[in-house]
Design a protein around this ligand. Sequence first.
Ligand SMILES: [Zn+2]
Length: 280
Amino acid sequence: MAKAQKGKYAIGQFNISTDEQIKAIVETAKDLKSPIIIATSESERKFIGAKQVVALVETWRKETGLPIILNADHCKSFESAKEAIDVGYDMVQFDGSSLSFEENVKTTKQVLEYAKSKNPDIIVEAELGYLRGGSEIHKEKIEIKEEDLTKPEEAKKFVAETGIDALAVVIGNLHGIQAESKKLFLGRLKEIKKAVPNTLLVLHGGSDTQEKDIKKAIKLGIVKININTELRVAYSDALEKEIKEHPEEVKPYKILAPIIEETKKVVAKKIELFGSGGKV
Ligand SMILES: [Zn+2]
C-alpha cells in the first residue's frame, strides 16, 4: 500500500462471501499482475467462516505468489476485530464512525494495540465521518450533507491520537449503487490529504462512482478503493440468468461458471481504472 501511495495508483478491495468469488478475483489479478485486497464484512465473514477464508486466501497467495491482503471490513466492535486478528487476517478495519469522536479514538486505539501485539505487520484502518447507505441498490438518490464529510482538522487529531495506518474518509462516497453515479468532493479530499499526508487514505463505497472522479481521487492520495455492490449485482444477475436459461442444469460448477466470468469482468474493469495492473 505504501508502494501504491508513492506510485499514485490504488489497490482494489473486493468484498466476498463465497469461494467462487475469491477464485474469480484472484485469477483476474493474476492475469493483470495486480496486487489485491479481499475483504469480508461481519456478515460475509460469518457466512464463509473466518478461519476458512484465511485458509483460502493463504492457499491462493502461495499458489499465485501475488500480494493478497485479507481485510476484516467494518468491524463494529473490539470483539469483532479481535476475532479477525486472532484467526490471522492481514488487515482489520475498526468502524467507529457511529460513535462519538472520543469513543471512536478509544476503541480504535484498543484495536490497534491488540492487533500490533499479535502481528506487527498487520494493517489497521479506521473510519471518520458519516458514510451513508448499505452495499445494495438504492431506489432513491441519497443526499450527502456537508456535515457528513470527514473534517480535515478532526482527521489530523484522530491520526495523531490513534496512530492508525489507514483512514476511511467520507468525501461524497456512500455504500451501494443509486440511480445516479456518485460524485466526490475532491476539494475536501485535498484538504484531508494535507492534514494527514502520511496516512493511507481509503475510499469506501467505490461502486458506480464517476470514473473521472475516481482517477482524480487517486491522484489526490486515495490508495485503496472498496468495491462490493457491483460484485453482488454481477453475482445475482448471472445466477438468475443461468437458472432461467438452463432450468434443467443441476451441476453447481456449471451453474456457477457464469458468475465467475461476470465477476472477472467487474474486477478487470476496476483494476484498469485504479491503475494497479502490472504492478506485481
Ligand atoms: Zn465500507
